[in-house]
Design a binder for this molecule. Structure first.
Ligand code: ZN
Ligand code: ZN
Length: 141
């Protein structure tokens, strides 16, 4: 009888097939369907609504910057940046996004890498060597 403290929020049912994740937006645990963004159904609905707002905002304000967007739409800067990272959202110019390439630092409109660096990562020269026999890919994230 020593363990009286059961924290309900820590109890996760571990049914074999269910992929349980923490919601990226509210951190609540939910059953991940295995595709789509890693957010719980409730946040997903909110997020889709917000995404639509931002998308139509950017259509009518193609020169808006990230800061202007968050001020005018009320969608948080973090969320906007996450969408840019995922390349769901992109700005007409790199000035708008304020993003830079993770590797070389040049301004980019969305994502994490400039087209040059992305191309270099997609076709590394050493992939020629590993083509034969060794099928295990080593990718650092
Ligand atoms: Zn959530
Ligand atoms: Zn780059």
């Amino acid at each position: 009888m020593a363990n009286k403290h059961i924290r309900p929020e820590k109890i996760i049912h571990s049914a074999g097939k269910v992929d349980v994740r923490n919601c990226r937006a509210c951190d609540r645990v939910f059953d991940y369907p295995g595709y789509g963004p890693q957010v719980c159904p409730e946040c997903l609905k909110t997020e889709e609504e917000q995404f639509e707002i931002v998308r139509s905002y950017l259509e009518s304000h193609p020169r808006a910057t990230l800061v202007q967007t968050t001020n005018d739409t009320g969608v948080s800067l973090r969320k906007l940046q996450a969408w840019l990272r995922e390349e769901r959202l992109s700005y007409a110019t790199s000035k708008g996004s304020g993003f830079t390439c993770d590797l070389c630092g040049v301004p980019i409109v969305a994502g994490r890498l400039c087209p040059k660096c992305a191309g270099r990562l997609a076709n590394p020269e050493r992939s020629k060597r590993t083509l034969k026999g060794n099928s295990s890919r080593e990718e650092t994230e």
